[in-house]
Design a protein around this ligand. Structure first.
Ligand code: GDP
Length: 295
């Protein structure tokens, strides 16, 4: 599970503090150094770590800790509060429109776009919505097949145009289809590449300007490590994403992406996916994520 190693290390550090009576400045400095290393090892962005440690240290050296009867506990409380802030403070939801809510999924190949499109569609179905998923990946026929299998499994229609090589056209036709059939949510499963490239971004931008999606969600593999921030920045600067879905948090991810994204892109993590089943999608709760780390 995500954060396993980070959690062990940070808890080890904080337990040492809790075991002491009074805390000296040196105790705090040592603990901060250890936490800093643990965060860096977990692939948290360097600048994010630096700012985080600075804030926690300043607060820990203040009267809130130094004059407290349980200084160790107070430091734990501060770390917890600052971690929740880092993760984004409050849980974010999908912003539905009155008409057809268009949700555009983007991200690199293999991040989990297709499966996550299905997971979202299933979630919406359970909320009595009528989703339609559009297969806009024109480069990989296998991706369309995969989406159809996903759609069948959750009993959600999938729109495709066999042989069409214009993704913008597919997206537009899908919108017309949604209007005709009375679907109130349209999920666009777009193409991904192994690396960010201009042609991909250009195509995504065209779909964006053509359909003006309510949500542009970046699907990001939590195992991505340090690159996560670069990927998020690239998609955010060209697409102005509305949020992130962090996938595969059931895997052995170090968790750096989860802790860096908000600070670097100022965009919320809206959902996490926790497995390969269609029901493995959860809203993102910063406080729960923080307690996964701090126990
Ligand atoms: P795409 O290329 O972005 O459309 O990615 P896919 O949706 O095809 O997903 C790539 C692989 O990751 C598939 O084998 C998925 O089953 C797997 N996957 C996606 N989300 C999760 C998750 O939350 N947990 C696990 N364990 N596997 C996932």
């Amino acid at each position: 599970m995500i954060f396993e190693s980070l959690s062990d290390k940070i808890q080890g550090t904080l337990n040492k503090l809790k075991g002491k009576g009074k805390l000296t400045e040196k105790d705090i400095n040592n603990a901060m150094r250890e936490i800093k290393l643990s965060l860096l090892e977990a692939d948290v962005n360097f600048k994010v770590v630096k700012d985080f440690i600075k804030t926690v240290k300043e607060r820990s050296l203040g009267s809130e800790v130094m004059e407290s009867l349980t200084p160790g506990q107070q430091v734990v409380k501060i770390v917890n509060e600052e971690m929740i802030k880092l993760l984004g403070e409050s849980e974010s939801k999908i912003d539905f429109s009155d008409d057809i809510t268009v949700i555009m999924m983007c991200g690199l190949q293999g991040a989990g776009k297709t499966t996550t499109s299905g997971k979202l569609a299933l979630k919406f179905k359970k909320q009595n919505k009528r989703p339609l998923i559009a297969a806009c990946d024109i480069y990989r026929p296998a991706a369309i097949k995969q989406l159809e299998v996903v759609g069948k499994g959750i009993d959600v229609p999938v729109f495709k145009i066999e042989g069409e090589n214009d993704a913008v056209k597919i997206a537009n036709e899908a919108f017309k289809e949604a209007k005709k059939k009375g679907n109130d949510v349209l999920i666009l499963d777009t193409a991904g590449r192994l690396h960010i490239d201009e042609a991909l971004m250009e195509e995504l931008q065209q779909i964006k300007s053509s359909l003006n999606p309510r949500e542009i969600l970046l699907v990001l593999d939590s195992m991505t490590g340090q690159d996560a921030v670069k990927i998020a920045e690239a998609f955010n600067s060209t697409m102005e994403i509305s949020g992130v879905i962090l996938t595969k948090v059931d895997g052995d991810a170090r968790g750096g992406a989860a802790l860096s994204l908000r600070a670097v892109t100022s965009k919320p993590i809206k959902f996490v996916t926790t497995g390969e089943k269609m029901s493995d999608l959860e809203p993102f709760y910063p406080d729960r994520m923080a307690s996964r780390i701090l126990g």
